[in-house]
Design a protein around this ligand. Sequence first.
Ligand SMILES: CCCCCCCC/C=C\CCCCCCCCCCCC(=O)SCCNC(=O)CCNC(=O)[C@H](O)C(C)(C)COP(=O)(O)OP(=O)(O)OC[C@H]1O[C@@H](n2cnc3c(N)ncnc32)[C@H](O)[C@@H]1OP(=O)(O)O
Ligand code: FAD
Length: 556
Amino acid sequence: MFIPTLERQCTSEQREKFLPLCYDYRIIGTYAQTELGHGTFLRGLETTAHYDPNTQEFILNSPTISSIKWWPGALGKTSTHAVVLAQLYTLGKCHGIHPFVVQLRSLDDHKPLRGITVGDIGPKMGFGPNDNGYLKLHKHRIPRTNMLMKYSQVSPDGTYTKPPRSTLTYGTMTFVRVLIVHGSAIALAKASTIAIRYSAVRRQSELRPGEPEPQILSYPTQQHKLFPLLATAYAFHFVQLAMMKIYTDVNDQINNSNFSRIQELHALSSGLKAFTSWVTNAGLEVCRMSCGGHGYSQASGFPRLYADFTPSCTYEGENTVLMLQSARYLVKCVRDARSGKTLPGTVSYLSEDVSAVHSGGSSGRDLSNLDFLISLYKQRASNQVHFASDKVDRGISAGMDLVGALNSASVHLVSAAKAHSHYFIAKTFVESLKLLKASSELQNVLHQLASVYVFEGIAQSSGDFIEDYILSGSEAKTIRQLAVDLLPLIRVNAVSLVDAFSFRDEVLQSVLGRYDGNVYENLFKWAQNSPLNKTDVHPSYHKYLGPLLKRNQSKL
Ligand SMILES: CCCCCCCC/C=C\CCCCCCCCCCCC(=O)SCCNC(=O)CCNC(=O)[C@H](O)C(C)(C)COP(=O)(O)OP(=O)(O)OC[C@H]1O[C@@H](n2cnc3c(N)ncnc32)[C@H](O)[C@@H]1OP(=O)(O)O
Ligand SMILES: Cc1cc2nc3c(=O)[nH]c(=O)nc-3n(C[C@H](O)[C@H](O)[C@H](O)COP(=O)(O)OP(=O)(O)OC[C@H]3O[C@@H](n4cnc5c(N)ncnc54)[C@H](O)[C@@H]3O)c2cc1C
């Protein structure tokens, strides 16, 4: 995050000064924003940067215990520099959060500089090799030119020039949220690869006396666990491509001082980051548990995959908070639509009158038609957004201010943002396949995946569709059965569909997911290499177990 921030927030002179040092690994940096007391509420960050016009320097300080920077990756022992987000003060006035480049350690002996107290925050659930750290600043001085001044400036005499948009400072977070959508796709693809390959190798139970034990991948329940997740990994692959395209387009506009889509990008990236990481996080556990006992072994790769992925739901914007950010924008769009404004592409459906399109229960509707079902996802999203928006309006009519009304409706707002994200993902998956240049055989297989994703998505949220009369109960049951009917068809290509992700064994890091399927021999080999097996009799025997056993044997 250090380099993307410099690339986005530096003036051209600052780029020339800092970026070559980064690209040549002459300096290593981190993004120091979160503090002990604040991670979400950025306007509440307490680190200060006071401008001293006499020396043309900023004095950075951690005024309270809660202001100590806490969590930044590689801050503890590795980074020589940091982008520090601090409250800017100049000429006696506070101008809010701004980014500053701060050198933390000497480039000669790597020791912390004067005024810098830095270290590792201690062991975590995962990311063991990453020295997430703390940083306490004590009246540490940096040159005026170390404030990243692309969007806002402080002149030598201390005069402040404000940015065209205060939220441009948040640009790196948006970029990383877009990356996390990609990270979700990759993590779920890895977990699906491990679980499906292992399920093709593992044989268990005797369905009928004398019959060979079947591959567990042949059990409908195993298929029902894994194939919707496999389809989700493909869905997330296509949605991260679409998200990155939108990000790149909007970022190009921002670089040309066109900020018209910055809110739409923030809302979409927030919703997709939260939705994909939540679904992936839960999916990793389903994949692990589908592998039985061996799934719980470090040899499976699942413990590390889960421990390293699960913070994706927290960092770069805690998921609930980001869903609320997305919903806040959707409510704003409903109002804009009601006042006749044209809505941007990803939310234009909110100005359509979808309620008249479908009414649940009418017979003869083709429930296997994906285009039709995507229109139901659209109706569900529109209904949820309008319902939540109406809640906000009623709160305001009851005398609440906007913040109070938004907070009071926040449970429904999160549901609305989830439905909006789900619609975007399902629609993108189906539309991406239409544009794909592929053989009819491949199109058929991918259509099966898109179908099971769409069907299962409705089945798992059928309450939403039934409550709003989008589907009747019997139609929801039919769609649930359509998903189950597809499972044996997907079974035929399941291993090929995970092989298509092309994870090398060295990357997958899983004995269960080995490409050659040679699991048992390699599990035994892996176990024999376990540190506890360096000696037949562990040294602890002589200290504890031996004396205990001997003492008790003498009593026999
Ligand atoms: C380089 C090539 C790579 C190749 C690809 C590699 C493949 C990828 C595979 C794997 C990658 C895995 C992922 C990468 C690794 C990830 C490591 C990350 C480590 C973690 C780093 C961090 O955690 S950094 C710290 C993150 N912290 C946060 O996110 C803080 C969250 N909080 C906030 O953003 C804000 O506090 C808030 C938005 C929640 C609240 O802000 P505020 O209090 O001001 O409230 P408002 O709601 O009133 O907001 C005011 C106004 O601002 C708008 N806004 C807010 N944020 C943004 C934004 N980001 N952009 C635009 N606009 C924003 C908001 O909508 C409001 O607007 P209104 O018009 O007033 O409504
Ligand atoms: C592995 C890891 C790496 C990290 N790397 C970095 C890094 O490199 N740089 C950096 O600056 N930070 C980093 N962070 C910090 C991370 O960005 C924050 O932890 C994250 O933004 C969440 O903020 P928080 O911890 O204050 O959670 P909180 O905001 O305190 O969340 C706690 C609970 O409060 C709820 N909540 C908070 N606000 C609201 C609200 N307005 N409405 C409703 N509910 C709310 C949340 O939903 C959540 O359930 C990292 C964190 C982790 C775990």
